[in-house]
Design a protein around this ligand. Structure first.
Ligand code: FAD
Length: 375
């Protein structure tokens, strides 16, 4: 059913790469396009829950490879930002059997590279910025900024929060600045250890927080990422910041947090943006996934997880329901994903996740391969 069907995926972020790897393994003829000139190792960390690791197992055991190199926190600890008292201690790998897979924290670049390694390299076209496309009902023709063109049977938009594909289908609308930024820094693991760091913790006060965790199995790197109110007027997706600016935003925080920030050499800051949920994720032969259709504040650490879940469910829909009636197949995909993605988007934006004791099973215990698909 899938043999010979040409699928073009725009965007080689975590969602697009997951879709490419999963669709290739189901026999689709996949090409992945990205505007970037090549892979670059973004200096940031990422958490992936058991809900995602269950999917990565379908990429030739990528879950096992990641488990070997990542940090495996037993608990998520929520602390009061000023006095350090514990607000909640939520089992992560301490309840691994119950969730059905591990919870990992890892360097985002290492994760991205490992996922890219699951795709046939000649199927990735770097330096291809999609500027326009035309769906003639039988194929979709693609136009890139570098002057090249291509033709595919199905176009998957995995081109992120400022998606060109979304803009063309649903109209131009700026992403909404939430009024919050994220400071990010990576410090030596030894510095965190000397301060008595938790393996994975989120420190909270009324209007801001800082999340801290190790990025590797040897605990050599420790990651700091915040959420804090601030003005943002630049059009840039990130800007350099300073240790002083970072420290000023957390001046009333516990000495351990002050110590982490003191150890930061390079600090960046990012605007946190979102969008209202879309009422449709497809049009004709074009379908959206990940941040292109449901971007969110990152406060559940599940944005990329939702992109990978989308990729897995879309792959199931295309391979199990077929491509003869794409409206029905894409509606089944949207129907299977909308409620969960919107729930995660809303909790993330509210920034309430795991602040108090709660059972995260509905999120981490989920397995998209158990879903019953209905067309
Ligand atoms: P993106 O990662 O944005 O990828 C889009 C790709 O499309 C890019 O490679 C881009 O170059 C390409 N592209 C864009 N336009 C074009 C075009 N016209 N032509 C060709 N290519 C194009 N999520 C988690 O699951 N866990 C976490 O711990 C976590 N932490 C986060 C921390 C912070 C501070 C932030 C900001 C986000 C975090 N997230 C986390 C969310 C996560 O980063 C995003 O949800 C995720 O990256 C979305 O993946 P995506 O593939 O949909 O889009």
């Amino acid at each position: 059913m899938s043999g010979g069907v040409r699928v073009g995926i725009v965007g080689a972020g975590l969602g697009g790469v997951a879709a490419a790897g999963l669709l290739q393994r189901k026999g689709f003829d996949v090409t992945l396009y990205d505007q970037a000139p090549g892979f670059s190792r973004l200096g940031a960390g990422i958490q992936f829950g058991p809900n995602v690791l269950k999917i990565l197992a379908h990429l030739d055991g990528l879950d096992k490879k990641l488990e070997e190199i990542s940090c495996l926190p037993d608990y998520w600890v929520s602390r009061n930002g000023t006095d350090g008292s514990v607000l909640a201690k939520i089992p992560l790998n301490a309840e691994r059997e119950r969730y059905g897979a591990p919870y990992i924290t890892i360097h985002r670049g290492d994760l991205h590279q490992a996922m890219l390694d699951c795709i046939e390299p000649d199927r990735i076209k770097w330096g291809h910025k999609l500027v326009d496309f035309t769906d003639n009902g039988k194929t979709v023709s693609l136009e890139f900024e570098n002057g090249s063109t291509d033709s595919v049977d199905i176009l998957v938009a995995a081109d992120g929060i400022n998606s060109r594909v979304r803009e063309k289908i649903f109209g131009l609308e700026e992403a909404l600045y939430t009024g919050w930024i994220a400071h990010r820094a990576i410090i030596p693991g030894a510095a965190a250890k000397a301060l008595g760091a938790d393996v994975n913790a989120k420190w909270w006060t009324a209007d801001r927080h800082i999340v801290c965790y190790y990025l590797d199995r040897k605990e050599e790197e420790f990651y700091l990422v915040t959420g804090e109110p601030a003005e943002w007027t630049s059009r840039a997706g990130q800007l350099p910041s300073t240790r002083e600016e970072f420290k000023a935003a957390f001046a009333d925080y516990h000495p351990m947090v002050q110590g982490y920030i003191d150890a930061a050499e390079t600090v960046t800051k990012w605007p946190l943006k979102t969008r209202e949920p879309l009422s449709k994720w497809y049009e004709g032969r074009v379908v959206l996934l990940g941040d292109s259709c449901h971007p969110m504040k990152p406060h559940m650490a599940q944005g990329a997880a939702m992109a990978v879940e989308d990729a897995a469910v879309l792959t199931r829909c295309l391979s199990e329901l077929g491509v003869a009636d794409l409206d029905a197949t894409f509606e089944a995909y949207y129907g299977a994903r909308k409620e969960r993605a919107t729930k995660v988007q809303s909790i993330s934006n509210a920034n309430t996740w795991l602040r108090q004791p709660e059972d995260p099973y509905w999120c981490y215990g989920d397995n998209v391969y158990d879903l019953k698909l209905t067309s």
